[in-house]
Design a protein around this ligand. Structure first.
Ligand code: HEM
Length: 149
């Protein structure tokens, strides 16, 4: 039985799960009191710690597919660029996004003034837009496999 279709399906589901919080969070991060809403809490968790867990799943399913297709695929420019972007996104998630989200929740709990909260939320929205764009580019590269050079 070929594991490839199962791995590919799991990989694509994980890719969508990685993308969703980055796309949706900017919309819910608009009001200070919105941070206590269950949906916002779920999305902030998914964008924070969730990103690192989901990204690990992507690496495991991706590596398994690489082993099936042959490691020579790693010489393909589209995969090299996609994996570089993937690494950058992980660093942004761990070093910028997750701590920022924690601070935002902390500010809400502490009843910080709206200006401070709004400034932080705006920063996080831009981070989320950036992460969503990078994930979109990775998905495009892995689906179309363009001849980059
Ligand atoms: C944000 C991260 C990622 C996204 C959004 C993503 C997205 C995708 C998508 C949409 C496909 C299906 C392409 C198709 O239509 O056949 C795919 C295939 C694949 N991905 Fe990823 N992926 C990600 C991370 C990774 C990582 C980290 C690896 C390697 C360690 C990887 C290795 C692969 C491989 C080997 C395939 C199969 C390519 C083929 O069919 O020739 N991906 N990926």
């Amino acid at each position: 039985m070929s594991w490839f279709p199962i791995l590919l399906a799991a990989h694509i589901v994980l890719a969508v799960a990685l993308l969703l919080p980055s796309v949706l969070l900017p919309f819910v991060l608009r009001r200070n009191d919105g941070a206590s809403h269950p949906a916002t809490k779920a999305l902030t968790t998914m964008q924070g710690t969730g990103t690192l867990i989901i990204a690990t799943g992507l690496a495991i399913t991706g590596t398994a597919m690489l082993l099936i297709l042959g490691p020579e695929l790693l010489t393909q420019p589209w995969l090299l660029v996609a994996l570089t972007l993937y690494g950058i996104n992980l660093v942004v998630a761990a070093v910028i996004s997750r701590p920022n989200l924690r601070r935002l929740i902390g500010l809400s709990m502490a009843g910080a003034d709206d200006d401070t909260w709004s400034r932080r939320a705006r920063q996080q929205r831009y981070v989320a837009y950036g992460m969503a764009s990078v994930i979109g580019v990775i998905g495009f590269l892995m689906s179309t496999k363009p001849n980059l050079w």
